[in-house]
Design a protein. Sequence first.
Length: 403
Amino acid sequence: MQKSLLVLIAIILCSCNTNKPVQKLKLGIYRATLNVMDNEILPFIFEVVSNDKINIFNAEEVIEDNSISYRNDSIFINFPVFEGYIAAVFEGDNLKGSYIKESLDRVVPFHAEFNNAKRFETSTEPMIDISGNWETVFTEADGSHYIAKGIFKQKGHALTGTVRTTTGDYRYLEGIVNGFDVKFSVFDGAHAFLFTAKAKDSTMQGVFYSGNHSRETFVAKPNEAYELPREDSLTFLKEGYDTFAFSFPDEKDNLVSLDDAQFKNKVIIVQIMGTWCPNCLDETRYYKTFYDANKDKDIAFVALAFEYAKTKEKAFAGIQRLKDKVRLEYPILLAQFGSSNKVKAQEKLPMLNHVLSYPTTIFIDKKGKVRKIHTGFNGPATGDKYVSFKKEFNEFVNILLNE
């Protein structure tokens, strides 16, 4: 796969006539598609607002991207924080190429059609309204299961919402209801998710695709009272441990631990995360806002990054990219590179029963005692749940600060 990836990039770079003027994106709307599995197409919409800037749309979310470059007949669309990028060539006003994640050796065929604003086509009036909460069970390729909560709003054909799991939400989903058929998708530079389902007789059954590398099935039923387990009940210190500890390098290769003077007599918020993780980005944006407003108090934030980048240098480059984009002042240490495997992550943090989710937050009081561990993150797409999280976070941290 890695060899094929290098060949693909070389073809794109070389499939150009250096004597021709460099072609630029036309201003306007494009319908982009990614080829996933089972001959399914994952669509998303973007708008070119200038030669080097596009806006990607997912329901209420608008992702601004000004990291576009041109090389002869080729175009490269990088993303503000994430490693993945689109490499394509022009076909008239349209684009053809690939969405690429080099560190994971993943290549997904990509197309974009100019002047088409329809994410999904509809042909039949909706025969069902799926607005509300759905109790959901996903089945992975190996037969294992995990639970989730679908939260949807439908207006005619148009569908928006999100899916929450115990590890976080799937962010801003947008789609349609066509007869009994349901489709929704999201693309944000890191997530490339497509859901297809049939909703009938108070049951929704379907398939969840992540890029062209993962396929899961799911079954859901309406349940307005359904709730996932509390986020502070899933990860905890194992028996025999009464403190949390680590020692990982910063960007200058200095080892940092909780014994350092910068953490002494402070409330400490430890963020287990990865720069490749959209939920972690949502969480980091909120923590940055909180930290900036409270850094004069006895509080310290530190993030532990578990990166799939293949080298230490690339991992730190990703960390710096995130810090620059978010304008983050608190440290991000490199806990692991070459893999974001959660089993390996738990080996680095043996006092935890498991690392279930990126992100996970550990709250430590001024005496060094772990007071709470919060698994996952309910981001802005979850609406009221996000508001509740911010309220609870503020209240709990203030309790710790006032002790």
